[in-house]
Design a protein. Structure first.
Lengths: 167, 465
């Protein structure tokens, strides 16, 4: 009990110091995020804010591009040619493109077809859009009914020839 | 702007509506409730039971839309109100005030709560302002909620978002309520995380005051929990770990209280919270079993309290049984932990112990404890409190401390074991690090809260057991 009488005030002093330190950290986090993200994104909708906070303004621009170019009732096929999960994971992209359905291109998508471009050809349809990334070789070489809508030099969209814009 | 204001009002009404059915349920189960229990438990209880009801409704083939949600809410509300009305009216139970406190202690308590309320306001602002931004927020929880809302059925969770139906649907259905009723424009569904955070703080505060801590000491513990980096961060993120921790800890604390006092209603409440815990994250079942084992061991060691099995297990079976049947019928469990657990079990049975993996995990945990980023210095401090305050004889004399100690040990082993299982995955060394660096620390949240609850009892002033 005697030990406790000495130990309690000692531990309480340490506790107070630690709480102040952690509160300082929390305050700094709050100020940083509130100013850098919440305030600067105040005119954006919830989905766009998600894109910016998660992966920054470039990602936001890409998501905005997709939402603008792809109609609401379209099926989106992710060709998984980006090399980073925020582009290659269809379950992640699904959130940003809702209510559009997003599926990932995989071996099971086109059984028996080894070439990616042949696979895309076989899946093409009036409401089917393909998103491609830097490792997709020469998108303009995909023949037939698809047209290229570039986002930048290496990323973009393969859309039906008679595609209408999205939102 | 008007639309957003309207959405905000709707969100507050949704939260208030869930709080109301939680309060009525508490009243029906306990018959009288102190105000702090009502604050800490109502939202979680109302939300958990209502999402479960919607899950059953949807599985039965009823489409989830505005009409069915509001209609089923009205039915539940009327039923609960009638039940609550049928019981004799008793005055609201006074919350035990403990020893009378001097002016300094009173002002300290008030000052601490003002700071705590500021922290809660800050995380609420961030939660809504930042929208969903973590990987699992987006790819696991929010997108499933939105998919359920879009298709009007819980089966949508199979195709929307990752891991199919391997994760329980409490949080996605909760998110879908906001999406269906007001479009989740703010997004209002992010408000649930600060509310779970505040509820957890209230549950801890009530527990400590009941254990004989002075109010200022209990408030200080609450502030320590509130400003611990991982809790502060998760209060504004959309991960399910914080709600999960809240449900588990509430279940544990109310089971302890019920068993100590021999009150069936409180044990039943604990069982309901355990059931919702399992309906929130996949590891809920194992953690529930560990908690029950801890209650049993403490009961045997201390020879105090009454272990009433039926009120503890019955709600769990009722709440969780349908979910597992639904899951088995509609899903091939493809979540990694299920696959690795069988690989690990086979490996262990064959005597294949991965010592380098064990070393990596221990080193990682030790590194995280002394780094500020996740835990601040909270864990180090609590270990000091634990060594200073817990005596071996407490485990044989005090039911509460004994239960918390064995829960703490058991939950730690569960989390450690789940990390170790990754060592048996194909390509294990790289995968192990990826696995523990993305999941391990947030899985420790229930362990940390048990440590805090137990360690902080060093400041206990009077024995209640």
């Amino acid at each position: 009990m005697k030990i406790n009488r000495v130990l309690k005030p000692f531990l309480l002093v340490i506790t107070t110091g630690i709480i102040l330190l952690q509160l300082g950290w929390a305050g700094q986090q709050f100020r940083d995020l509130a100013r850098r993200k919440v305030w600067s994104d105040r005119f954006l909708d919830a989905i766009s804010r998600s894109a910016d906070v998660a992966y920054g303004t470039d990602y936001l621009a890409y998501v905005d591009f997709l939402r603008k170019e792809i109609p609401m009732d379209a099926l989106v096929v992710d060709t998984r040619t980006f090399g980073v999960p925020q582009f290659d994971d269809n379950t992640f992209l699904q959130y940003f493109l809702l209510p559009r359905m997003v599926v990932g291109q995989s071996d099971s998508t086109c059984p028996g077809i080894s070439s990616l471009k042949d696979c895309l050809q076989s899946m093409a349809g009036p409401q089917v859009y393909f998103i491609y990334g830097p490792t997709f070789d020469n998108p303009s070489s995909v023949p037939g009914t698809l047209k290229v809508i570039p986002f930048n030099a290496t990323m973009g969209l393969l859309a039906p020839q008679d595609a209408e814009a999205g939102q | 702007m008007t639309t957003l204001v309207w959405a905000g009002i709707c969100d507050i009404l949704i939260l208030g509506g869930l709080f109301l059915i939680g309060t009525l349920t508490l009243r029906v189960i306990l018959r009288r409730v102190d105000w702090l229990a009502a604050i800490g438990l109502s939202f979680g209880l109302g939300a958990g039971l209502f999402t479960w009801f919607l899950f059953i409704l949807s599985w039965a083939g009823v489409a989830l839309n505005k009409g069915t949600i509001l209609g089923s809410y009205a039915v539940i509300l009327i039923a609960l109100a009638l039940l609550a009305w049928r019981f004799p009216v008793r005055p609201v139970e006074q919350f035990p005030t403990g020893k009378s406190e001097g002016k300094i202690a009173l002002y300290t308590t008030r000052g601490l709560w003002i700071v705590i309320l500021f922290v809660i306001a800050a995380v609420t602002f961030l939660a809504v302002g930042l929208s969903y931004f973590g990987w699992d927020d987006i790819a696991r929880w929010a997108v499933k909620g939105y998919g359920i809302a879009f298709q009007g059925t819980v089966l949508a969770a199979k195709d929307w978002g990752g891991v199919g139906l391997s994760y329980p649907l409490n949080i996605p259905i909760l998110i879908s309520i906001f999406r269906i009723l007001e479009g989740d424009l703010l997004p209002g569904s992010k408000l649930i995380y600060p509310v779970f955070y505040a509820s957890l703080l209230a549950v801890c505060y009530r527990f400590w005051v009941l254990q004989g801590l002075r109010k200022w000491a209990a408030s200080l513990g609450v502030l320590l929990l509130a400003c611990t980096p991982i809790f502060f961060t998760h209060a504004s993120m959309g991960y399910a770990n914080l709600p999960f921790t809240y449900f588990l800890v509430s279940g544990l604390l109310w089971s302890i209280e019920g068993m100590r006092e021999g009150k069936t209603g409180k044990i039943l409440l604990g069982g309901i919270f355990f059931g919702i815990t399992i309906f929130t994250r996949p590891e809920g079942l194992v953690m529930f079993l560990v908690s029950v084992a801890a209650l049993g061991i403490a009961r045997l060691l201390t020879a105090s309290g009454r272990m009433k099995i039926l009120p503890l297990l019955l709600p769990v079976v009722i709440l969780v049984g349908p979910w597992y049947i639904f899951q088995r019928l509609n899903s091939n469990l493809n979540v990694e932990v299920y696959q690795y657990s069988s690989l690990a079990l086979n490996g262990l049975l064959a005597g294949d112990i991965r010592w380098p993996a064990l070393y990596s995990i221990v080193r990682y945990i030790a590194g995280q404890v002394i780094r500020f980023r996740d835990w601040g210095y909270t864990i180090l401090l609590l270990v000091l409190f634990l060594f200073a305050g817990l005596r071996p004889q407490d485990l044989r004399r005090e039911f509460t401390k004994s239960t918390l100690f064995f829960s703490l040990a058991g939950l730690f082993l569960v989390v450690f074991g789940s990390a170790y299982m990754a060592a048996y995955a194909p390509g294990s060394s790289t995968f192990l690090y990826e696995w523990i660096s993305t999941t391990l620390m947030r899985s420790f949240m229930p362990v940390a809260v048990c440590l805090l609850l137990l360690g902080w009892m060093f400041l206990q002033e009077k024995k209640r057991n």
